[in-house]
Write a protein that binds this ligand. Structure first.
Ligand code: UFG
Length: 332
């Protein structure tokens, strides 16, 4: 089977490409390298181009029959989406529609979409299951929810089957140490904490310690990138087996506070990490924890790396390796 991985040079996409190749799938990657790295693509055919470009889509779809598409090519910064909504709606919504229309043109029927916990907005209850109301509070979350709704319509009208996977906090790195998180700029907690541990940053700033949580810092559900890949693989198999379109929330079901993440990171790296306490970051809910039972029962998904220390240890191996290997300037 041949899978088109759009955004396969980015953080989660590059892990997905490796995962698919290790299991014998044919892979084509389409990536414009705006946030990805060519050297992160470990195998498969690479098409350098944008998902909004007709020629790039023709190149990606036209060479060999594609059996399924996975789409990781979204902008992901919530704060930036508030400042520049046009950028987010253009790439994450309009160009995603162009990708779906290319699938229609090439008669590709199976699509796995990277959605997000941000579609739920400020949670009414936790853990958050799939039926929780969708009330996104920023353009990033609204765009993802728009695509989920678009996919329902494309299924009803065109028979395009999809699985939307709503990630909570993707984290960790390739267990082999070959791939990891390389966002520019880096905004995610675990890599920032580890960059502070490695001396690449002076400290980590905790965004608020006056939340209504046991230690006052925000609680998140960190899920290992390799476990996300497993869920994508299972989701595509389900569609190939004739399964209906579906949506799944993906998390560990365990929440950890920012302070717990820092303490666990200190245990992993073996020394104290400089911490400063700052104000709340706008738009951060106090607690985001997934109820992923549906993915476990329907997909047979069994996350392997549920232990926070393991997730951080894998990220740390990448971080220490990256400190040596990364080109100057790529400093997160
Ligand atoms: N945090 C800090 N200091 C930092 C960075 C983050 O204290 O320097 C805190 C945040 O306030 C938050 C937690 O660490 O409480 C996790 O923050 P991240 O930025 O790592 O992740 P988010 O929970 O904000 O975002 C993630 C995804 C988004 C997605 C969102 C869903 O990265 O793409 O979950 O709500 F939209």
């Amino acid at each position: 089977m041949h899978v088109l991985v759009v955004g396969g040079a980015g953080y989660i996409g590059s892990h997905m490409v490796k995962w698919l190749r290790q299991r014998g799938f044919e892979v084509t990657v389409l990536d414009n390298l705006s946030n990805g790295y060519r050297d992160a693509v470990k195998g498969g055919r690479f098409v350098h181009g944008d998902l909004g470009e007709r020629a790039a889509l023709d190149e990606a779809f036209g060479r060999a029959p594609i059996d399924g598409v996975m789409h990781f090519a979204s902008y992901i910064q919530v704060g930036e989406s508030v400042q520049e909504p046009a950028k987010y709606y253009l790439n994450n919504v309009s160009k995603t529609q162009q990708l779906l229309d290319a699938m229609r043109a090439y008669r590709v029927k199976h699509f796995i979409f990277s959605s997000t916990a941000a579609i739920f907005g400020e949670p009414e209850r936790t853990p958050i299951d799939e039926s929780h109301p969708k009330q996104p509070i920023n353009p990033y979350g609204r765009g993802k929810w728009m695509v989920e709704q678009m996919l329902q319509d494309y299924d009803a009208a065109y028979g395009l089957k999809s699985v939307c996977l709503r990630y909570f906090n993707a984290a960790g790195a390739d267990p082999d140490g070959e791939l990891g998180e390389r966002h520019q700029p880096e905004t995610h907690l675990i890599p920032l904490v580890l960059q502070a541990a490695a001396g690449r940053r002076s400290h980590i700033t905790v965004f608020g310690d006056d939340y209504e949580t046991p230690d006052g810092t925000c609680i998140r559900d960190y899920i290992h990138v390799d476990d996300l890949c497993q869920a994508h693989g299972l989701a595509l198999q389900r569609l190939w087996a004739g399964g209906a379109s579906a949506v799944y929330n993906l998390g560990n079901g365990n929440g950890f506070s920012v302070r717990e993440v820092i303490e666990t990171a200190e245990a992993v790296v073996g020394h104290a990490i400089p911490v400063q306490y700052g104000v709340r970051r706008p738009g951060d809910p106090a607690r985001l924890v997934a109820d992923s039972r549906r993915a476990r029962t329907e997909l047979g998904w069994e996350p392997r790396y549920t232990d926070l220390a393991t997730i951080i240890a894998h990220a740390w191996r990448w971080e220490t390796r990256a400190t040596v290997a990364r080109p100057a300037g790529e400093n997160g």
